[in-house]
Write a protein that binds this ligand. Structure first.
Ligand code: ZN
Length: 202
């Protein structure tokens, strides 16, 4: 049985950027529903013995397991998304991650533009991610619906949820404003840095 992981901050902690109203729906309803659906789908199956990561890896791209994959990956993606934001976030990363961003994107501003472009051009529901790719360089990727870069062997550092349920109550259809706010005021560079250090150690 999986349980909904605790939100790493109070529901009003991201205000005025993301309201408690949005987080109540997004965390209590959407994220909880993915957990509940996953538990129902894997009850009395071999999947019930596996970790969330293993379920995602074993069900990815297999049409008979689409429902399990979608719910498991959405549990994983949302837990990762909550950590990708922090009250008083934004700014720039430090030290090694800052150097790697400059190395692989040319500049921090170029990284920002590429990330925004990925978030904006993800057609329909999905996610934009900063990842460490196979060749150990940083890349920005976008994924549809529940798709998650870990199934491609990439290591996510930070993500933005661009499903409408993530921003519609606060930004309506203005995904560009939501993405800009995410980068300016919410992104958790400490979380990204710690993921980057772990990726380098592998
Ligand atoms: Zn979401």
């Amino acid at each position: 049985m999986f349980t909904l992981p605790p939100l790493p901050y109070a529901k009003n902690a991201l205000e005025p950027h993301i309201t408690a109203h949005t987080l109540s729906f997004h965390y209590d309803k959407h994220h909880q529903t993915y957990v509940t659906n996953l538990n129902n789908l894997i009850a009395n199956t071999d999947f019930a013995m596996l970790s969330l990561d293993d379920i995602i890896q074993k069900t990815a791209k297999l049409s008979e397991y689409t429902a399990i994959f979608n719910n498991a990956a959405q549990v994983w993606n949302h837990t990762f998304y909550w950590e990708s934001m922090t009250p008083n976030g934004g700014g720039t990363p430090t030290n090694d991650l800052n150097d790697a961003i400059t190395r692989d994107f040319g500049s921090f501003d170029a990284f920002r533009d590429t990330f925004k472009q990925a978030a904006l051009t993800q057609f329909g529901s999905g996610w934009a991610w900063l990842v460490v790719a196979h060749d150990k360089t940083l890349k920005i990727v976008k994924t549809s619906n529940a798709e998650c870069p870990i199934t491609e062997g990439m290591t996510p550092l930070v993500t933005i949820d661009v499903w409408e349920h993530a921003y519609y109550l606060d930004f309506q259809n203005r995904r560009a404003d939501y993405t800009e706010t995410f980068l300016t005021s919410l992104i958790n560079w400490h979380f990204a840095e710690s993921n980057f250090e772990k990726a380098k150690a592998v």
